[in-house]
Design a protein around this ligand. Sequence first.
Ligand code: PNS
Length: 161
Amino acid sequence: MSTVLYPGSFDPFHLGHLDVVAQAAELFGNVVVAVMHNPDKPSGAFPTAERVKVAQDACAHIQGVTVEAFPGLAVDAARKVGALCIVKGLRTPADFEVEQQMAHTNFAVAAVRTVYVPSDPALSFISSRYIRDIAANGGDISSMVSPATLASIVAAFSPRS
Ligand code: PNS
């Protein structure tokens, strides 16, 4: 049984992410879902605390999973939780291009390894970006997010009075 770190921006956490967490929990035992900042992505719809809550609600039924926000570098978060490695999901060859560069960089600067798990092909079309887009325009996102999180994600886009 090992601990692994699954870092991401999770803005918001969706069924594709959940599949990666489930695979990682099965393979390694303990998964720390690390809600982090991606400098390449503008700050999205969800504040960090909400991203953590949505990921917690989605993962509540999987044993060995904790969700936490971390500032700074993924490698520092990995060290802090005593992770054996970082885990990332791969949906497409485009994901691989980006992830491989991050994996090499994280190994070069801190000797932290990355293990990839392939996305469930039935879920590999899902992206947080389109979930935000569809939810913001009142569309139906229920096929892309966990039922446990649907209401909070929809509410985040409702006009607040
Ligand atoms: O879900 P994302 O947006 O693809 O996740 C990217 C994320 C947050 C994992 C990446 O941007 C990251 O690791 N951010 C923390 C800062 C860091 O470690 N930067 C160096 C990357 S080599």
